[in-house]
Design a protein around this ligand. Structure first.
Ligand SMILES: NC(=O)C1=CN([C@@H]2O[C@H](COP(=O)(O)OP(=O)(O)OC[C@H]3O[C@@H](n4cnc5c(N)ncnc54)[C@H](OP(=O)(O)O)[C@@H]3O)[C@@H](O)[C@H]2O)C=CC1
Ligand SMILES: CC(C)CCC[C@@H](C)[C@H]1CC[C@H]2C3=C(CC[C@]12C)[C@@]1(C)CCC(=O)[C@@H](C)[C@@H]1CC3
Length: 334
């Protein structure tokens, strides 16, 4: 049976590089590009087909920042496929990022310098906004929209006789101290991105507990620091081009400067080839690039506890009920 792979945020950056790599590895997969913009999605599909003309590549319009769009997309998926083997939960945003130059300079001369380059701890904040569903945009896009998608296509993901994998693009910027269960959408603080990625890590742990017995497994990945539209929102692309020699130099000291989307997709690609049951639900899988430019995958234990994961899952289920009642009047009948 040909494997069905769905990738959200597939039209650019790490998502697009992953699609290229998946097709180069196995052009028999049925690849579905989950994107919010039809033009950008079609451009990505055309580019993928130009290098893999016989591949099965389709587009699924989905805005993970809008509950109605997620529900519609899930319905479409249920009409198209009997099973989804891999669901890459990759779409993500970091709106209005602000770099603290003072904290950056201070960090440069501290013992924490390597950690600062790998995680951006203490130097990056963002400004969030409320979506039309009434949720924090970063939380809805990076976490809740994806969670809804999983819930809506549960029958495609849970099969007694074979496994499916959820693969989240998380980040080493995920930090426990940026997250609070009492404000899990991060409406109060200034680090919604870090909070959303920590929520992703917690949720993945809880989803494994909930779904493993039904054949569904969840993992989280950090792609490292990659040059994409997301990082061009922090500093313009010419800045990154100018400092590229410095970036290569930093790579000698930290393996997290993967830099290219191809390298960043390493761990996402590696997970595609693993037996789902053999994966560690409490580890994060990192794409790494050595000083000489070689790619590999390494694991780190996540700073998570199962109880917080369960509590977050409970809160997400309550929110799902509340939001669907509000945004989709005849929900469960549709
Ligand atoms: N770049 C980096 O250094 C790192 C990135 N990551 C994570 O990697 C993932 C991919 O980001 P990256 O490739 O870097 O950045 P890009 O901005 O290049 O890609 C993000 C993708 O997500 C899509 N997207 C954003 N919002 C939505 C939405 N509401 N609905 C559907 N799709 C949406 C974008 O679509 P559109 O083109 O329409 O905007 C785009 O295709 C993100 O989750 C990010 O947090 C993690 C660690 C490091
Ligand atoms: C390298 C240069 C000399 C100076 C660049 C300074 C900062 C702009 C970067 C240093 C660490 C970077 C980083 C990220 C963004 C750019 C930096 C803050 C991320 C937060 C991007 C998104 C992620 O998810 C993280 C994994 C990155 C962590 C490191």
């Amino acid at each position: 049976m040909r494997k069905v792979v769905v990738v959200t945020g597939a039209n650019s950056g790490i998502g697009f590089a992953l699609c290229e790599r998946l097709l180069s590895y196995d052009d028999q997969i049925r690849l579905c590009l989950g994107c919010r913009n039809l033009q950008r999605a079609e451009a990505a599909r055309t580019a993928l087909l130009s290098s893999h003309p016989t591949a099965d590549v389709s587009v699924l319009l989905v805005d993970v920042g809008k509950v109605t769009s997620v529900v519609r997309a899930a319905k479409e998926l249920k009409e198209r496929y009997k099973k989804v083997d891999y669901l890459y939960l990759n779409a993500g945003i970091m709106p209005n990022p602000q770099l603290s130059f003072r904290a950056f300079i201070k960090g440069l001369f501290s013992r924490n310098v390597i950690n600062m380059f790998a995680t951006a701890e203490g130097i990056l904040t963002q400004k969030d906004r409320i979506t039309e569903d009434g949720l924090q945009e970063v939380f809805e896009t990076n976490v809740f929209g994806h969670f809804m998608l999983i819930r809506e296509i549960e029958p495609l993901l849970c099969h007694a006789d074979s496994t499916s994998q959820l693969i989240w693009t998380s980040s080493s910027n995920a930090r426990k101290s940026a997250f609070s269960l009492s404000d899990y959408q991060h409406s109060q603080g200034q680090e919604p991105y870090s909070s959303s990625k920590y929520a992703t890590d917690l949720l993945s742990v809880a989803l494994n507990k909930q779904y493993n017995k039904q054949g569904l497994y969840s993992s989280v990945v950090c792609p490292g620091l990659v040059m994409t539209n997301l990082t061009y929102g922090i500093m313009p692309s010419f800045f990154w081009t100018l400092i590229m020699p410095i970036m290569w130099l930093i790579r000698v000291f930290t393996n997290s400067f993967t830099i290219s989307p191809f390298n960043g997709a390493e761990a996402l690609m590696w997970l595609f080839n693993q037996k789902a049951e053999s994966l560690d639900p409490l580890s994060k899988y990192h794409s790494c690039t050595s000083g000489l430019g070689n790619n590999y995958v390494c694991l780190s234990k996540m700073d998570v506890d199962e109880k917080s994961g369960d509590l977050l899952l409970q809160k997400m289920l309550e929110l799902e009920k509340e939001i669907c009642k509000k945004s989709i009047p005849d929900y469960r009948n549709s």
